[in-house]
Design a protein around this ligand. Structure first.
Ligand SMILES: Nc1ncnc2c1ncn2[C@@H]1O[C@H](COP(=O)(O)OP(=O)(O)OP(=O)(O)O)[C@@H](O)[C@H]1O
Length: 258
């Protein structure tokens, strides 16, 4: 459904140019949940930006349902690292933004926003403003906002990065339920290896900059997965060992791991 064919991206900063991502090859199936992990600055967000059509590659092509991605890809909902909620709009009004842009009627917007606010567990908070919410609640609003737009595919860039460990598990669980109900394709970037394994059908490991895919690992842990206990299974331990072996090298060369 989404194909990255030898995709590379080069940036220039202060007169020097460098490759942020190089020769990315990845084939993502419809309905797949793929997680992406790699050291900081290895080009993970850059790859999502290119998939969303917000940035052009300097080599290779990205195809979405067989069509070359050349401009903003409206089939994807992009949840960036920052939540991008508008502070002067309530939860409900934030969730309805995409629908307003699409020209959906107020009545229909009301139904849709109520559905997704409930789905992310925020019923009762419709009239709150973003600054009145906790970090985890703001992430939920962002998720509801994207889901209400009905994208086929979700691009998620460390959506739970700043949250404490317990809340992460709760939101991971919620996301897996939503994924099951809505059957979306998800590309999920994370720094957290346990999160990558808990969620993914496959985990793609990026090397350090210039990021390239060094391993794609299947995660054959049966679903539905219990995000609270999945880490205690043998398959989790096996996959974790393989992925850490690949990932560790990227940090060792940086001198970060002894
Ligand atoms: N618009 C830009 N102009 C210049 N350099 C950029 C730009 N966007 C990203 N970079 C650089 O490209 C490299 C890859 O950045 P990117 O944000 O894709 O990494 P990342 O893997 O998502 O990092 P992190 O995990 O820390 O979020 C970094 O060195 C970054 O500084």
């Amino acid at each position: 459904m989404i194909q990255f064919n030898n995709v590379s991206k080069r940036f220039t900063r202060e007169g020097k140019s460098f490759w942020a991502a190089q020769n990315i090859n990845l084939d993502i199936q419809e309905g797949e949940f793929i997680t992406v992990i790699g050291p900081s600055g290895c080009g993970k967000s850059t790859v999502l930006n290119m998939c969303a059509g917000l940035m052009k590659s300097n080599g290779g092509e990205i195809y979405y349902r067989g069509k070359l991605v050349e401009k903003t890809n409206t089939n994807v909902g992009y949840m960036t690292q920052k939540d991008n909620l508008l502070p002067w709009r309530t939860v409900k009004q934030n969730v309805e933004i995409g629908l307003e842009i699409k020209g959906v009627s107020a009545k229909e917007r009301e139904i849709e926003s109520a559905k997704y606010i409930e789905m992310v567990g925020l019923k009762g908070f419709e009239k709150h403003y973003p600054q009145e919410l906790s970090g985890g609640m703001r992430k939920r609003v962002s998720l509801a906002k994207i889901l209400a737009y009905h994208p086929e595919t979700l691009l998620m860039d460390e959506p739970f990065g700043a949250l404490d460990a317990q809340l992460r598990l709760i939101l991971q669980d919620k996301l897996l339920q939503i994924w099951k109900e809505t059957k979306k394709t998800i590309i999920f970037v994370t720094h957290d290896l346990e999160e990558a394994i808990t969620l993914g059908d496959r985990v793609a490991v990026f090397s350090k900059r210039p990021g390239t895919i060094k391993l794609i690992q299947d995660v054959n842990i049966p679903r539905p997965r219990d995000t609270f206990n999945v880490r205690f299974t043998d398959e989790f331990a096996n996959v974790h060992a393989k992925l850490w072996e690949a990932l560790k090298e990227e940090f060792i060369e940086e001198g970060n791991v002894g």
